[in-house]
Design a protein around this ligand. Structure first.
Ligand SMILES: Nc1nc2c(ncn2[C@@H]2O[C@H](COP(=O)(O)OP(=O)(O)OP(=O)(O)O)[C@@H](O)[C@H]2O)c(=O)[nH]1
Ligand SMILES: [Mg+2]
Length: 192
């Protein structure tokens, strides 16, 4: 097994071996999860109905093959998120950075994820989405509102952690195609 992993990692570094990673797109309804998935899958920006049924897509980004699950964010479907937690490799958590009124609700859901023992080792990419819109919060403000500054530490590799789990915030606009590539790059380097 050790040899297999070594060869995979070597090929991965050379960009030949595509790692397989299961990731979840989480966040409140209207945050932009489905829009992001479509953008990554076929580079289109289309309007979607609110997601009621989970939907999975294979994505190849850099040298990682992702199986991405887009889960709806409405309160009722949020209850099904936990069914997808086993064997997950990473979480993409989207926040609408222009929706001040719902930050408390978003923080609550993020805290539920952070407090789930099963996810203790799972990296979390937080996307502050819709920075193209007027009224988008600056990164520092969003961090404060989500409460992820206080407990944050930096490990030896300069990766920010909360309770030993890598977590970072990336501001982005799925509409304008900016910011999210950095988040996936950050996540990819943590997968093996
Ligand atoms: N201005 C702007 N609008 C965006 C951006 N990303 C998504 N949206 C819009 O936000 C709305 C919600 O997007 P969805 O992708 O359907 O949101 P969702 O997170 O999948 O929502 P649920 O399926 O209900 O959980 C849509 O009207 C999108 O066009 C962005 O970067 N900028
Ligand atoms: Mg959706």
């Amino acid at each position: 097994m050790f040899i297999v992993n070594m060869v995979k990692s070597l090929l991965g570094n050379l960009g030949i071996w595509k790692k397989n990673a299961k990731i979840l797109f989480l966040g409140l309804d209207n945050a932009g999860k489905t829009t992001l998935l479509r953008r990554l899958k076929d580079d289109r920006m289309v309007q979607h109905e609110p997601t009621l049924h989970p939907h999975a897509e294979e994505l190849v980004l850099g040298n990682v093959r992702f199986k991405a699950f887009d889960l709806g964010g409405h309160p009722i479907v949020r209850k099904t998120w936990k069914n997808y937690f086993p064997t997950v490799d990473g979480i993409i958590y989207l926040v609408d950075s222009t929706d001040q009124n719902r930050l408390k609700e978003s923080r609550y859901e993020l805290e539920q994820i952070l407090n789930t023992a099963e996810l203790a080792q799972v990296p979390i990419v937080i996307f502050g989405n819709k920075i193209d819109k007027p009224g988008a919060m600056p990164e520092e403000e969003l961090r404060q509102a989500l409460g992820i500054n206080a407990k944050q530490q930096i490990n030896k590799k300069n990766i920010k952690e909360i309770d030993g789990r890598p977590v970072d915030v990336f501001m982005c606009s799925v509409a304008n195609k900016v910011g999210y590539a950095e988040g996936f790059k950050w996540l990819s380097q943590l997968l093996n």
